[in-house]
Write a protein that binds this ligand. Structure first.
Ligand SMILES: [Zn+2]
Ligand SMILES: [Zn+2]
Length: 336
């Protein structure tokens, strides 16, 4: 089978590999489509602290079960599935309280284990979620990115009275816009970004107000508007202090970033407004929720997709994704 392998940081290969066999409790998926994410690019460049090499990357993928391991119901052969990349132990403290995404032995498919930029991939059977017929093959790999939005929203509990501010109109920001507007029906979604092309995408994805913060500070542009719910989907360490300053009293702030740089905020700036801070990593069993959103046509994943490219063009696709945020948002690789 052909697989995209990061042999070592900086070295991306399209390699012929032996077909993997599903172990007990696992399924093998014949991958049809997989989408490129920022973390795939980070592993390529050696910027992901968890990645081990060589690694088959890709954690957003869709396909059909073509083999089952011991103990897995063979009736699942032929099932169309999207794979949750979060593999957890099931018995540590976070797992016992429904937070497998921060399992103390967390293993992520495409990071710690070989992933879905490959003609075949293996995964625990419980991670392979059946995709209803109403969801087309070409869009099913986008279930995973929407679970990121579902997970932060589970903490933030958006309500119709909220005025939301989202920093960043990349894939995470755009999925958050759709979730906040179409699923949680918040009153107003304001999006800040530095690229006009990305702000146009934010509008297309449902933002009510878009603000370019490349020159004029957001505080000036917002005037008396005080956001009650803020998501940092740009993930720059300077954003927390700005979010705290802009927030309404009693607001909730959600952080998705993974920077190792410090953020500076005072206790007073948080406590005087009694702000709540939440962080969210990957997703904790949000696949069924997002599949439900798609079945009910609440979200439109096609609005994120700018390119479909064949697996053989993976390096060009990853380069386009990385270097050209003005024309490129989600790139979907057609694998087989
Ligand atoms: Zn991702
Ligand atoms: Zn665990």
């Amino acid at each position: 089978m052909r697989s995209v392998v990061i042999a070592e940081p900086g070295k991306l290969l399209l390699e012929e590999r032996p077909l993997p066999q599903p172990a007990a409790g696992e399924v093998r998926v014949k991958v049809n489509y997989a989408s490129i994410c920022g973390s795939d690019v980070h592993i390529w460049h050696g910027h992901n602290p968890f990645a081990r090499y060589p690694r088959v990357i890709g954690h957003e993928f869709f396909g059909v079960i073509d083999a089952t391991g011991e103990g897995v119901d063979p009736a699942r052969l032929g099932e169309r599935v999207a794979v949750d990349p979060v593999v957890s132990c099931g018995h540590c403290y976070p797992c016992s309280v429904g937070r497998p995404n921060v399992c103390s032995e967390l293993q992520v498919i495409g990071v710690h284990h070989d992933g879905g930029f490959s003609e075949y991939a293996v995964a625990p059977a419980r991670n392979a979620y059946r995709v209803p017929e109403a969801i087309p093959d070409k869009l099913a790999s986008l279930i995973e990115p929407f679970t990121i939005a579902a997970n932060i929203c589970a903490f933030l509990q958006p309500k119709p009275a909220d005025v939301a501010l989202i920093f960043g109109a990349g894939p995470m920001g755009l999925t958050a816009i759709q979730a906040l507007k179409n699923v949680f029906k918040v009153r107003k979604v304001i999006v800040a970004d530095r690229l006009p092309e990305r702000l146009a995408m934010a509008q297309e994805n449902g933002a009510d107000v878009v603000l370019n913060n490349s020159e004029t500070p957001l505080a000036t542009q917002l005037g008396s508007e005080k956001p009650t719910l803020i998501i940092d989907a740009a993930c720059h360490p300077a954003i927390l202090a700005e979010a705290v300053a802009l927030a309404s009293p009693a607001a909730r702030i959600g952080l998705l970033g993974f920077s190792g740089e410090p953020c500076t905020v005072t206790q007073q700036s948080l406590t005087s407004k009694e702000l709540s801070l939440f962080t969210s990593r990957l997703n904790s069993q949000r696949f069924p929720e997002v599949i439900g959103w798609l079945e009910q046509k609440l979200i439109q994943p096609e609005k994120l997709v700018t390119h479909y490219m064949p697996l053989s063009d993976v390096e060009a696709a990853m380069t386009l994704f990385e270097k050209d945020p003005r024309s490129c948002c989600k790139v979907i690789l057609s694998i087989s």
